[in-house]
Design a protein around this ligand. Structure first.
Ligand SMILES: NC(=O)c1ccc[n+]([C@@H]2O[C@H](COP(=O)([O-])OP(=O)(O)OC[C@H]3O[C@@H](n4cnc5c(N)ncnc54)[C@H](O)[C@@H]3O)[C@@H](O)[C@H]2O)c1
Length: 364
């Protein structure tokens, strides 16, 4: 690899800005191209950052054919993640793909297979993992102090917070609140317990708020889920209770809980007094541990590890660049996120069928 890693950005919408801002802070990275399907959008995006000489392309395949690249950030809407990632991996590039990994389990399997075949990096953009408080929760849960973990509850849910644009259209987002914010709660909880394999899902999802003009300005475009609850059996005898919503008449459907035979950990919803703050979707509320000490039932507040002005988005992109430059492992690997995607896929299948479904994950 040359001294500066040559990066292209595919999809120049909202999240592409955080990728660009992170890359531009790095001396060892050069932005060499950007692409967007919408005519003029990639050019305007590059110009916004003063990169007036950097070439702009249309569809991602044009960028892959014409630009000399080492890596790409995939910042397109969910339904195109699979195609963009597989094409970029097959072109010999390292890939940082935005979350959710894909729409269906099969798409995630295709991506994981392409990663394995090419040996390149495929990392999925779950920046909350880099938050010092999230790391504290992960390390606490993984330390063994909880004993045998048998139950996890996560998700919470927003009272109000239906987005618009490409997030609410099935042809572009594929999935609604589950793909937008549900995958975060799942990632943080599953990462803390070392991503056990999901076995079965029994779920319910609905779309009552998104289709109602009282709650969603773009209600006539809305055709995805806005609410989901699920009971998931995980390998190792662990029950996972998951809830998520973009809108409901409640502040939150619950804090995140890890129950073990020796202790329990509660991660409070970040801002339950705010309309959008009842979901565990990136930020974190106070953390408590429940345990017995000399026969006493003790509740301990775990001190926050928050670092002022810490930028999780920058940390995510830096971890990807470091792995790509050193030939290291994918920081947030497809092999793990496949299980996250399998759960989302199972939730949608189960709620459509109205019964529990098995999760079968093909060999990669
Ligand atoms: N990590 C986070 O915090 C975070 C936040 C917001 C969005 N996201 C994720 O980022 C992704 C994009 O979200 P957004 O809000 O930026 O969407 P957006 O709709 O603003 O932008 C996506 C862009 O991708 C372009 N595009 C789609 N397919 C393309 C292709 N094949 N080639 C070139 N361009 C293509 C579209 O024209 C569009 O301009 C989604 O998957 C979303 O879930 C992540």
């Amino acid at each position: 690899m040359p001294e500066k890693m040559r990066v292209g950005i595919i999809g120049c919408g909202w999240i592409a800005h955080s990728h660009m801002q992170a890359y531009l802070k790095m001396d060892d990275v050069e932005i060499v191209a950007a692409a967007d399907l919408i005519p003029g959008k990639a050019r305007a995006f590059l110009d916004e950052f003063g990169l007036t000489k950097v070439p702009a392309y249309g569809i991602h395949t044009e960028l892959l054919e014409k630009a000399k690249l080492d890596a790409v950030s995939i910042c397109t809407y969910n339904t195109t993640h699979r195609q963009c990632a597989v094409d970029a991996l097959q072109a010999g590039l390292d890939v940082l793909c935005e979350k959710p990994m894909s729409v269906t389990l099969q798409e995630a399997v295709d991506m994981a297979k392409a990663q394995k075949k090419t040996g390149k990096i495929l990392s999925i953009g779950f920046q909350p993992r880099y938050d010092p408080d999230m790391i504290m929760v992960r390390d606490l849960v993984r330390s063994g102090v909880l004993g045998e973990i048998y139950y996890v509850q996560t998700g919470g849910g927003r009272r109000r917070g239906i987005p618009g644009g490409t997030f609410i259209r099935k042809d572009l987002a594929g999935v609604g609140c589950l793909a937008d914010i549900g995958c975060y709660g799942l990632d943080m909880a599953l990462n803390a317990i070392n991503y056990p394999k999901p076995l079965t899902v029994s779920a319910y999802s609905s779309d009552r708020f998104g289709k109602n003009p009282k709650y969603c300005a773009e209600y006539d475009q809305f055709d995805v889920d806005d609410f989901a609850v699920a009971f998931i059996r995980l390998e190792g005898g662990i029950a996972l209770d998951f809830r998520m919503s973009w809108a409901m008449h409640m502040d939150t459907m619950g804090d995140t809980l890890f129950l073990g035979t020796e202790a329990g950990v509660k991660v409070k919803s970040p801002f339950p007094d705010k309309p959008w703050g009842g979901a565990w979707d990136g930020t974190i509320g106070p953390v408590f541990m429940y345990h017995d000490v000399a026969g006493n039932l003790v509740e301990t507040k775990v001190p926050s590890k928050a670092v002022p002005n810490f930028n999780r988005f920058d940390a995510k992109v830096r971890a990807f660049v470091d792995a790509a430059k050193t030939g290291g492992d994918s920081p947030i690997p497809a092999s793990q996120i496949l299980y996250n995607q399998a759960i989302l896929d199972g939730i949608l299948r189960s709620s459509q069928l109205g019964r529990e479904v098995e999760i079968t994950i093909p060999e990669i």
